[in-house]
Design a binder for this molecule. Structure first.
Ligand code: TYM
Length: 375
């Protein structure tokens, strides 16, 4: 049975209808004109763009207009440290790294230990702060440029952030927060205030530089309500509206019908620290298959890659278009069996994770190079 679609920063459920989200959230589709414009600056297009994984934006043309006039933008993204990093979190970060490399721009990365403390009943602030430092290892392992990347930890950078957050908060009513995020009278008042903190990195670099710098925020579409609200407020404080680029969710292993995105609480997630055997077991046990129930039927009728989680995951992690097409065709025709498709994904993920884990280990000595130093 199809569950009702819910997409908020704190809950994603049901069968996600991205066209409906485009209309409901008021974002724009990334069309050919935008792709061509991006390609002019980046040469090749990232496979997340070619495959419509990054599918929507707000004001990307404004950011490119300014860039072409010599006014570079900065990137801003983040992580709410509520647990280990899973493969879904890496999706916007891998894309952000590509943007940083292609445009040579600064990145501000926010770790919202305050958010996860306020929204998760069982987590203490000490624990969310500890998790922020765990998650940093994954962010560093993605390969961001330490000279151009600045980490903000909400509870630790409050000295520079709070002053700006209250300016934002003064322009947001409780009724706006209720309707934008579905928060209710039962939520604690910290949760109601929180969106003001997530708005701050979209203009803090401008405050620090004492000049207005355009901002581009990559994220999965669940975070959009925050920036819908900030885009209304920031011009009132004399700042640009932040631009944004949004991606789809890497589905949970249980499949698109069961859980909309991969999350730690919904279905089995693959973590960046999982070893090769764990990855293999999880995929074999949980990855929803679009295959037929018997080998004979599979050979005769073929599988359905459009609902097969292993295939869907390969659209995120197999960069080679020709290889991906062959997998699609072979699976559909019955040449490739479900177990074989799973084996391709397992191999791909384990190769990626082996490298990621090496860089993650080395990242332990690099944290101090990334955390923003307040002067
Ligand atoms: P968090 O920690 O829930 O998620 C971190 C980033 O990962 C994205 N994401 C996914 N992307 C693809 N597939 C998935 N299955 C998936 N699950 C999560 C999220 O959209 C996010 O981009 N409040 C934020 C932290 C934050 C932030 C930001 C995020 C602070 N400032 C600015 C983006 C941009 C949070 O809890 O994200």
């Amino acid at each position: 049975m199809t569950k009702e679609m819910i997409v908020t920063p704190w809950e994603v459920k049901g069968n996600i209808d991205y066209d409906k989200l485009i209309a409901e959230f008021g974002v724009s589709k990334i069309d050919d004109q935008v792709m061509t414009r991006l390609r002019k600056h980046t040469g090749e297009l990232h496979h997340f763009l070619r495959r419509n994984i990054f599918f929507a934006h707000r004001d990307l043309n404004f950011v490119l207009d300014e860039y072409e006039k010599g006014n570079k933008f900065f990137l801003y993204t983040g992580r709410g440290p509520s647990g280990g990093t899973h493969m879904g979190h890496l999706v916007p970060w891998l894309f952000t790294k590509w943007l940083q490399d292609k445009f040579g721009v600064e990145l501000w990365f926010q770790f919202t230990d305050d958010e996860k403390f306020l929204f998760k009943k069982d987590l203490s602030l000490e624990e969310t702060n500890r998790l922020a430092y765990e998650n940093m290892l994954d962010v560093i392992a993605v390969g961001f440029d330490p000279k151009k990347t600045h980490f903000l930890v909400d509870s630790e950078h409050a000295g520079i952030m709070y002053k700006e957050a209250i300016k934002v908060a003064k322009h947001i009513t409780f009724s706006t927060v209720k309707s934008a995020f579905g928060l209710t009278n039962e939520h604690n008042i910290g949760a109601i205030f929180y969106t003001a903190m997530q708005a701050v990195p979209a203009f803090l670099p401008s405050v620090i530089a004492k000049k207005e710098i355009p901002c581009l925020i990559p994220y999965a579409i669940d975070q959009d309500p925050h920036f819908r609200v900030s885009r209304d407020v920031l011009p009132k404080l004399g700042h640009y509206k932040p631009a944004a680029i949004q991606c789809r969710f890497l589905p949970g292993l249980g499949g698109m019908q069961e859980d909309g995105k991969m999350s730690s609480s919904e279905g089995a997630a693959i973590y960046t620290t999982d070893d090769a055997k764990t990855v293999k077991n999880k995929i074999n046990k949980y990855a929803f298959s679009g295959g037929r129930s018997t080998l004979e039927e599979q050979r005769k009728l073929g599988g359905n890659p459009d609902i097969d989680v292993s295939y869907q995951w390969l659209t995120f992690f197999e960069e080679d278009d020709a290889k991906l097409k062959k997998i699609y065709d072979d699976y559909k025709s019955g040449k490739l069996l479900s177990g074989e498709l799973k084996a391709i994904l397992i191999e791909k993920l384990n190769t990626f994770l082996a490298e990621h884990q090496k860089r993650r280990e080395k990242a332990k000595d690099k944290i101090k190079d990334f955390v923003y130093k307040i002067c």
